[in-house]
Design a protein around this ligand. Sequence first.
Ligand code: GZL
Length: 329
Amino acid sequence: MKKSVFAAAAMLGAFALVATGCAGGAAPGAGGNGGGGGDDVIKVGFAQTGSESGWRAANTESMKKAFSAENGFELIFNAADNKQEAQISAVRNFINQGVDAIVIAPITVDGWDDVLKEAKDAGIPVILEDRTVSASEDLYASWVGLDFEQEGRTAGEWVKENFDGKGANLVVLEGTTGSSAALDRATGFNEAIDGTDINVLDSQTGDFTRDGGKKVMEGYLQKYGKDINVLFAHNDDMGLGALDAIKAAGLTPGKDIQIVTIDAVKDGMTALANGEFNFIVECNPLLGDKAAELVKAVVAGDEVEKRTIVEDQSFTQEQAAEVLDSRPY
Ligand code: GZL
């Protein structure tokens, strides 16, 4: 696609709930050196984290569906196997290919300043989806994602409501170390249980994977056994891996050890409906349409909101049973 030179303009940051337009100008770095098929096709490089969880599979499907040829895109997709260096080099490749825009689901918050500056210098706008970065906001055009801190807070409020005053022992399966999802969920959760008598026995990363959750839970069970009353897993997949370990230890998940997780993917909601999980906070992975809308607007030099938060909800066992068959992912 040919690009006109966009007037450089600072983006006015604005916090938006479910995407509302606000003042702004051409995105940082807009007006790159072009690329892609015909005049109107937008060539986009998408740097995905990898394929670590059911949530990631649903997010990838949503992104590929939105950035389709029929929607006017040529998509170059890269999954970085949850490795930050591989993801950064994928972004560098997109820059070298002269794409029209780059979308990133950043594995961790840090390490992005240099490559984002390279994209800006090349005149290629960057949109973040899902997780966030610590780099300056003027290095990317917009971000669409979820309120991870609120997700953690909602999970913590459920634990407080059900376990405060009982001297309960809790263990935590953390998400990928250094990811905004893990950092912010921990912040929200810890704020919610602060001041209660809930005792956090241990907190280690399972890297958002089922295998990671199973291995860490096996260690917890060897160390603490029946003393564990509650498990908070930063995502469904680690909770699902922990189920195997809990059953192998002769305990009943959902009863001997109550489990609260975040995501609300199909397998997690099934475990909730059948009583193995006790509460799930949703984290909506269907971000593709909004990300595609932002890319089209930014490449056209239109105004875009700096941040778009997609709404989440939460589910009890009864609610999961009611909605399970109608869930979109
Ligand atoms: C959250 C996302 C997290 C999910 C995990 O938006 O980044 O990464 O909670 C996924 O399931 O692996």
